[in-house]
Design a protein around this ligand. Structure first.
Ligand code: HBI
Length: 352
């Protein structure tokens, strides 16, 4: 197949601004090329993605959907990079068999019936706004195979839940080394932003006295400063936004990863990254992580918002066999398993 991927317009690929969907786009592109398909990615200028070919489009970045209210009107900046990306795709569409949209934005959904080439939409977050839900529901009704998501709990946040293909996620397990003997620290991974509730993990570190190592894009510095002020003597350190190879080396040394989402985390790629290194996950029973972590087997699921629950789970972490975590990643979240699920969906969209 000749595939054209439309990337997220909130930042260039490689900046970390696009969070988990950057990793998903890269992994799917890599796996499709391995299977002999032709993949072209359209993304904001300055994007880099390994050796995948990218057409860089200029224009002003889109405002992240999660920073908007549920009832706000859809807005596009002047000289919108998203509009410019859609115009490029419109011009090039006859050279492709399928367009795959990874942008969580109103415009690509609205334009779907205007394109001759079929469009498959991968939705990377839960429901964010009334206007987006409406346009996504329209597409789900007109094109019943066109929408896919990570998890059942993410699908359940949308009015068109039953029309969603559930594709899960996947990572290149060859990049992650299993670590049988960790050090003392705990880990927390993710964009440092209010919806990720990092403060709960910091509170648990303060109570247990176990050092917490934090990795991820420093997206909201004021939020980080506030946490440092609220927990001045918590044993935490910010390890930066690392490449996958460096991240897995540090992560593997940790006894457990804490996952404290305040929102319905669509999937939680960081969970399977931890598993790939043999690191058990202690997560709030909410969203994607609740469907991935096997409670008592590859980690513990905790009452959302309960720091006490986190602390109790931390004290039980030696009950978990670290190799069971690696085995679950290999069985369910390899690139091959992910590629199978996406390839089947792409063909369903083309044939519908
Ligand atoms: N917001 N408007 C908009 N568009 C996106 O594609 C987008 C976003 N916010 C977050 C985001 N994508 C990704 O970080 C998540 O989908 C993973």
């Amino acid at each position: 197949m000749k595939l054209l991927f439309l990337s997220t317009p909130v930042g260039c690929l490689g900046s970390g601004q696009g969070g988990g969907v950057e990793l998903t786009l890269q992994n799917v592109a890599q796996e499709m090329r391995k299977r002999g398909h032709e993949v072209q990615v359209v993304a904001p200028v300055g994007s880099v993605l390994g050796d995948i070919r990218i057409v860089g489009i200029a224009g002003n970045l889109q405002v992240p959907a999660q920073s908007q209210g549920r009832d706000l009107p859809i807005c596009l900046p002047d000289n919108s990079v998203l509009a410019n990306m859609c115009e490029y795709v419109r011009q090039e569409q006859t050279n492709y068999d399928l367009i795959v949209n990874f942008a969580y934005d109103w415009l690509p959904f609205y334009l779907t019936p205007f394109f001759r080439c079929p469009i498959a939409h991968f939705i990377s977050m839960g429901s964010m706004s009334v206007a987006l839900d409406r346009i996504m529901t329209d597409v789900a009704q007109k094109f019943p195979e066109a929408i896919a998501v990570y998890t059942l709990s993410q699908a359940a946040t949308f009015p068109f839940a039953e029309s969603c293909h559930i594709l899960g996620s996947g990572i290149d397990l060859d990049l992650y080394q299993f670590c049988p003997q960790p050090g003392e620290s705990l880990a927390w991974l993710g964009r440092i932003a209010p919806e990720k509730a990092l403060e709960d993990a910091v509170a648990a570190a303060k109570i247990t006295g176990i050092p917490l190592r934090i990795f991820g894009k420093m997206q909201d510095r004021d939020y980080w400063q506030q946490i440092c002020q609220d927990y001045p003597d918590a044993p935490v350190e910010y390890g930066g936004f690392l490449s996958t190879v460096e991240l897995q080396r540090e992560l593997g040394q940790c006894r457990a990863m804490l996952m404290t989402p305040r929102w319905v985390e669509a999937f939680g790629n960081v969970v399977i990254e931890a598993f790939a290194c043999g690191v058990p996950v202690i997560a709030y029973r909410l969203g994607g992580p609740a469907e991935i972590v096997r409670d008592g087997k590859t980690g513990f699921l905790v009452e959302p918002g309960s720091v006490t629950g986190l602390v109790e789970a931390i004290q039980r972490i030696n009950e978990i066999d670290r190799y069971a975590c690696r085995q679950q990643a290999e069985a369910e979240y390899s690139l091959a398993a992910l590629g199978d699920r996406f390839e089947i969906w792409f063909n369903q969209v083309r044939q519908s």
